[in-house]
Each structure stands twice: as structure tokens, then as C-alpha cells.
Design a binder for this molecule. Structure first.
Ligand code: UD1
Length: 432
């Protein structure tokens, strides 16, 4: 992917409706879990529909550093062979910035019965604990020590058992599937997360020879197998990227066919857009969104799947800044996910935040201004605001958007957006 640095900025002239078709890429949150899941596989895994984004490049680099053989077959297909991997330690300098590096814990533990991984980083929207991951590993018979910023996990043998999760966690559910895939006996994960990418990881492992049933429900049974061989697998389309383009089409009074999607994964977004007065038509693997730019107020509460995804909360809230009347947006997953609202206020939005609730009073229009993409999905919200606003918006801190949206400038340009990237100046190294 094109290299960005934090000084790059986007210049967007708002006000043009997005019109045309957009192809959705493979799911980021699946890819960043399936790539470390390949550690469990002793054989070649060919993974298709991999999105070309910096988080994926980062995860592939981590695997290479750990001793995996990674080959790029084409821009969306990689072959990963971890059969010769022997390293179980992933220190801070290789995993920093990537929240998904926590999947290395389950994958390395499942493969080597031990792992040593630096505490994960990632988007900052409140405390991001890993207590449920740790509780699960311990229930499987592992000993966990946290020292000097590293989580060290060790087991003589992982033994399948019943694990009840106190909170519904995508990361912990996937990590426990990874740790249990090659454990002795059967692990039953209760109160499991049901997100599409949890199912995708389970399907990937099943394609490699694992025995997993129930993914997509709140009880997942993993019967450990001694070894996983190679195979091929194609990642599902990105639910959040698709939802982002759907909301963009609505916010710009556009008409967009969002292609290569699984409409079932988008039901909560479709329902909320319909409620807001947007026209949404579902086809087998595409969704068409048309809007006249007028929206009703609606209330949205984010919840684990199949609820409205927290990763689309900044985007839907941005749309509601232009609705008629007062909408309430409640964040039901993270403690502190409204930091981006200050940027929208800079553009003329009228939003009041109190803890996990935002009161959004619709305004007639947003006006372009300089704003920062404070995290990945906040960056997507800034894109929506900029495309809908009058005048020119400059979006700074693009590295966040580049982490998760493949070719977003090209995709937006093809839909008629007036968008240009200005490369930030890189300081030249001076010697002598
Ligand atoms: C994943 C997504 C992220 C999304 C989130 C919720 C990836 C790479 N990231 O993050 O984009 O916003 O799901 O859909 O897939 N929790 C605990 N203890 C734990 C783990 C989590 O209390 O051990 C809490 C968290 O603080 C949070 C909630 O559970 O309030 C959900 O977190 P979780 O589902 O684990 O999010 P991630 O897997 O980190």
C-alpha cells in the first residue's frame, strides 16, 4: 500500500453527491485475526481477499519477524507458512500500535504452549483490558504473569474445559478459540461474541482441519485436534467499510451501489438508515443506498453483534448532525469513544456529550475546516463530514484512516468526491 506519514493531509471539497459503485474489500478485523491464526497451522495457508491496508501489512511483518514464510501471490492473496516457526516471543518494538497483536497470545500459546507478548496498543477509546483473555487462558490450565509490559503465558498442557465470559468480547472469544484449537479435549466458550469476524476465524481454522461448532452463536465448542494442516481460505467482506460507504452515500445525498457485501451483516445499519428516511435496497451481494439529503432524527445504541456496531458509531453520529431534530447516540461498548466530537463541533455540528451518551441537535449544514482523524473510525467520520460539508476541509493524521480503509481515496474519487492527498514533508536525515 502507499506509504503515508502522519504529516499527510487530505483536502476535500464537500458538497458533491457520491454517485456510482464501490467494491468492498476483505474485512480488516478478520484479516488481523486470521493472519496470526496461521501460526497454529503447520503447512501452507493461502489466504485470499486480504485488504491492502497498513494494519494487515503490520501483522504480516510481525509474523515474518517471528519466523513465518510470507509470500504475496497478488495484491489480495498471501501464502503463509509457519511450519518452521519456533519463536514464541513478540516484544514491544514489533507489536506496538497494533491492538490485534493480542491474538498472538492465543496463537503462540496454542502452537507452543507458551507465549510472551507485549501489552497491546491500538486505537485509544478508553481502557482496553485483557482480563477475559487471561481468565480464559488460566481456565485452560495456563499460568499467566504480567511483568515489564509483557504478558508471559505458559502451560505444560492446555486442557479443554468450560469458560464463561463475563463480558462479550470479540478479542477474548477469538483468542480462546485459538488457544483451544489444538488443546486436549473440548473447550466450551459461553457468552461468546457473535461478530462476523469471529465466525470467519472459526471457518478459517475449520478449513485448516480444526473442529469448531457454534461460531456465530453465544456458545462455541472447540474440540482440540493434534495438528492443523494447510489449505486455502477467502476472507469475508468488511462490514464496517461497507457501512461507512452506505452512510457516506446517505450523508452526501448520493446514490451508491455498495458491492461485494453480505447484506445480513449490515442489517442493523440498513435498519437505522431506513428509520432516518434513507432509501436502502438489498440485493444478493450488494446494497444500494439513495438519499435526498434529508434525515429524520433517530436514536442509536451500540451493542455487540447483531446490535449496531460501535465501529460505525462515529459515522452514524456524523450523519445525524445533519438530521432534523435531536438524536441520541449511546455508546454501549467502549468507555470513551466520543473524542472526535470536538472535531465535528469545529465544523459547525451541535453535539453535547455526557459520558457514554451524545445528544445530537441537527444543523442545516456543516462547514469545511481543518480537523484531525483522532482514530481509525473517527477518521471515517471526518471523511463523511468533509464530503457533506460546504467548502474545503483539511483532514490531518491520516495514518489512522490508512490502517483500515483500502484505497479509500481512489474509491471516493471514482464516486465523484473531490479529494486530494498532500504529502507531508519528511525531515531529511542530516549527517556530519
Ligand atoms: C474488536 C475490534 C474493535 C471493536 C471491538 C468491539 C478488532 C481488531 N477490533 O476489538 O474495532 O470496536 O471489537 O466490537 O477486531 N473487555 C473487557 N475485558 C476483556 C476484553 C474486553 O472488559 O478482557 C471489554 C472492553 O473494555 C470493551 C468490550 O469488552 O468494553 C468489548 O471489547 P472487545 O470486544 O474485546 O474489543 P476488541 O476485540 O479489542
Amino acid at each position: 500500500m502507499s506509504e503515508s506519514n502522519n504529516k499527510d493531509k487530505l483536502i476535500i471539497l464537500g458538497g458533491s453527491p457520491l454517485i456510482g459503485e464501490v467494491e468492498i474489500s476483505g474485512a480488516k478485523n478478520s484479516a488481523v485475526a486470521i493472519i496470526p491464526a496461521a501460526i497454529l497451522v503447520e503447512g501452507k495457508c493461502v489466504i485470499d481477499n486480504i485488504p491492502n491496508i497498513s494494519d494487515v501489512a503490520g501483522m504480516l511483518k510481525i509474523l515474518t519477524t517471528l519466523g513465518a514464510d510470507v509470500k504475496h501471490i497478488n495484491s489480495s492473496t498471501v501464502e503463509i507458512d509457519c511450519s518452521k516457526m519456533s519463536q514464541h516471543s513478540a516484544p514491544y518494538d514489533i507489536v506496538r500500535k497494533m491492538r490485534a497483536s493480542s491474538y498472538l497470545m492465543g496463537a503462540l500459546l496454542g502452537r507452543f504452549n507458551r507465549s510472551s507478548v507485549a501489552m497491546p496498543g491500538g486505537c485509544d477509546f478508553g481502557v482496553r483490558p485483557v482480563d477475559q483473555h487471561i481468565k480464559g487462558f488460566e481456565t485452560l490450565g495456563a499460568t499467566v504473569n504480567i511483568e515489564h509490559g509483557m504478558i508471559d503465558i505458559y502451560a505444560d498442557e492446555l486442557v479443554g474445559t468450560n469458560i464463561y465470559m463475563d463480558v462479550v468480547s470479540v478479542g477474548a472469544t477469538i483468542n480462546l478459540i485459538l488457544a483451544a484449537a489444538r488443546a486436549q479435549g473440548t473447550t466450551i466458550i459461553e457468552n461468546a461474541a457473535k461478530e462476523p469476524h469471529v465466525v470467519d476465524v472459526a471457518n478459517f481454522l475449520t478449513a485448516m482441519g480444526a473442529n469448531i461448532v457454534g461460531a456465530g452463536t453465544d456458545v462455541i465448542k472447540v474440540k482440540g485436534v493434534p495438528q492443523l494442516g494447510g489449505g486455502t481460505y477467502s476472507i469475508i467482506p468488511d462490514q464496517i467499510e461497507a457501512g461507512t460507504y452506505m452512510i457516506m452515500a446517505a450523508a452526501t445525498a448520493g446514490d451508491v451501489l455498495v458491492k461485494n457485501v453480505i447484506p445480513k451483516h449490515l442489517e442493523s445499519i440498513t435498519a437505522k438508515l431506513l428509520e432516518a428516511g434513507v432509501t436502502v435496497e438489498e440485493f444478493d451481494d450488494s446494497i444500494r443506498v439513495t438519499s435526498n439529503g434529508k434525515f429524520n432524527k433517530i436514536n442509536v445504541k451500540t451493542l455487540p453483534y447483531p446490535g449496531f456496531p460501535t465501529d460505525l458509531q462515529p459515522q452514524i453520529l456524523t450523519l445525524l448532525t445533519l438530521a432534523e431534530g435531536t438524536s441520541i447516540v449511546t455508546e454501549g461498548v467502549w468507555d470513551n469513544r466520543f473524542r472526535y466530537v470536538d472535531e465535528l463541533i469545529r465544523m459547525g455540528a451541535n453535539v453535547m456529550v455526557d459520558g457514554k451518551v451524545a445528544v445530537v441537535e441537527g444543523v442545516k449544514r456543516l462547514s469545511g475546516s481543518p480537523v484531525a482523524a483522532t482514530d481509525l473510525r473517527a477518521g471515517a467520520a471526518m471523511l463523511i463530514a468533509a464530503l457533506a460539508a460546504h467548502g474545503v476541509t483539511e483532514i490531518h493524521d491520516l495514518t489512522h484512516i490508512d490502517r483500515g480503509y483500502e484505497n479509500f481515496e481512489q474509491k471516493l474519487k471514482a464516486l465523484g468526491a473531490q479529494i486530494t492527498r498532500r504529502n507531508g514533508s519528511r525531515k531529511k536525515k542530516r549527517t556530519g
